[in-house]
Design a binder for this molecule. Sequence first.
Ligand SMILES: [Cu+2]
Length: 112
Amino acid sequence: MKILNRRDFGVDLGLALAAAILLPAKKARADNDLDVHIDNFVFQPAELKIKVGTTVTWTNRDDIPHTVVSAGKFRSKTLDTDDKFSFTFTNAGDYKYFCSLHPHMTGMIKVE
Ligand SMILES: [Cu+2]
């Protein structure tokens, strides 16, 4: 019988937890799905080129609320810190978007 000391157990548990947290999240996403982060009043990256069918997920990393709005196309609810909004682009075209709370915050998704 193998006896684990405290230190070994901690490492094994840490690896198991890391696998449990990381693997399902990766598997649930399509390979080409992309993320945009909102940091310090800026969409990053501000411009993305994607293929039709791609899902883009915005995450608000600021400690104030933001939105993601593309007129006539999509509109998030108000995103608090760490809230996410996803949209799947099913038609080609250029999608300009902005934050309705801070309209100087703009971004572009080019779908081809
Ligand atoms: Cu904003």
